[in-house]
Design a protein around this ligand. Structure first.
Ligand SMILES: *[C@@H]1O[C@H](CO)[C@@H](O)[C@H](O)[C@H]1NC(C)=O
Ligand SMILES: *[C@@H]1O[C@H](CO)[C@@H](O)[C@H](O)[C@H]1NC(C)=O
Ligand SMILES: *[C@@H]1O[C@H](CO)[C@@H](O)[C@H](O)[C@H]1NC(C)=O
Ligand SMILES: *[C@@H]1O[C@H](CO)[C@@H](O)[C@H](O)[C@H]1NC(C)=O
Length: 319
């Protein structure tokens, strides 16, 4: 309560003094109405997917971002640092998706690190730029912040869980637009789909000074082996967010061999988070439409492949 009160006071003081205020949550009029979120492609490791390409993005993530009111730019893993810098200046946020690659030595990790550094520098200079990590995407955020991998076995595979929300969740940015009844459902109903073998233990997180300083823990869960792991995080200073679970599957994945939550509340959680993140992106004033040759690099130039007969995904974009 008191910190929110302070934020409101600070806005009054600062926003009123400057006529050209940057977009904030409290002055959405100044927001970017044409956001573009970059989605880092994931490396193909699965044999059955290899004939289609070297990298991929399951369509569920694309639909998820689009459903929040943004366009999607797929980002390949083969560019130079200079090219990534150019991409960075044209996008308004970044999504690190799930997958299964080395968190420190893979091309995915290399490119994630380039963007992470650009985003930290930008935010430090007042150039707002949000990052969201889902599943392995959250894991990589912890590796980038901690400077090392702190993963341990926290297997929760094919299981949907209610979140064990912390106090901080109730004053967080991520959940601030959640109606009270959806917050309650989040703690009581299995609305969050888990498909992971690794994660960061609550204890490890709390004992790591870098993680502890950088992120607030918004929720925790118990793994199949009884391990208590961190399931949702939010940057204290930076607009960086991580979920060990998969909000996109609730609305966009249907394979009956997987435990995907499709209840009314599960749909709401997925919609609210997609809108939350895209709204964060609206606060970035990087201009895609003015960037040279930009339009042809959007997701619209690619056609997803039907993959429901050889993977758990209905559709996948390959690159
Ligand atoms: C929920 O979190 C609290 C505090 O971190 C912890 O003591 C408790 O064991 C957790 N319970 C579950 C079911 O995750
Ligand atoms: C992790 O622990 C689970 C449950 O104890 C076990 O079944 C699984 O094989 C372990 N996974 C890894 C990757 O070590
Ligand atoms: C995943 O969970 C669902 C629902 O509980 C179950 O029907 C399905 O068989 C499980 N899939 C696997 C591969 O264990
Ligand atoms: C999956 O279905 C597509 C379209 O029907 C078909 O072309 C393809 O051969 C199938 N793949 C497998 C591995 O069965």
């Amino acid at each position: 309560m008191s910190s929110k009160g302070f934020a409101a006071y600070a806005c009054l003081v600062f926003v009123c003094c400057c006529s050209n205020a940057l977009p904030t949550r409290s002055n959405p009029e100044a927001a970017n109405q044409r956001p573009v979120i970059g989605v880092l492609t994931q490396m193909v490791v699965d044999e059955v997917m290899k004939p289609f390409g070297k990298t991929y993005i399951p369509s569920a993530y694309v639909k998820y971002i689009e459903s929040g009111g943004s366009r999607v730019l797929p980002i390949r893993l083969t560019h130079t640092t200079a090219e990534y810098e150019k991409i960075f200046r044209s996008i308004n946020g970044l999504l690190f998706i799930g997958g299964s690659v080395d968190l420190e030595k893979s091309d995915y990790a290399r490119v994630a690190k380039i963007f992470y550094k650009l985003a930290v520098t930008a935010n430090n200079a007042g150039d707002f730029f949000p990052i969201w990590g889902t599943c392995m995407g959250m894991q990589i955020l912890t590796v980038l912040v901690a400077g090392e991998s702190l993963m341990t076995n926290t297997t929760a595979e094919n299981i949907s869980l209610p979140l064990n929300l912390t106090e901080e969740a109730y004053s967080s940015r991520m959940f601030q637009d959640f109606p009270t009844e959806v917050m309650r459902a989040l703690t009581q109903e299995p609305l969050t789909a888990n498909f992971h073998n690794y994660g960061v233990l609550v204890k490890t997180f709390q004992e790591n000074e870098k993680l502890q300083k950088f992120f607030s823990i918004l929720s925790t869960n118990i793994a199949e082996n009884g391990a208590h792991f961190v399931s949702t995080i939010e940057g204290k200073k930076y607009p960086f967010y991580g979920v060990q679970w998969h909000p996109e599957v609730n609305r966009f994945q249907w394979d009956s061999n997987h435990n995907f939550p499709h209840s009314t509340n599960a749909i709401k959680v997925s919609s609210l988070l997609a809108e939350f993140f895209v709204n964060e992106g609206r606060r970035s004033l990087h201009d895609f439409d003015k960037a040279e040759g930009a339009a042809s690099s959007l997701i619209y130039s690619y056609t997803p492949v039907f993959a429901g007969n050889f993977t758990g995904y209905e559709q996948i974009y390959f690159f």
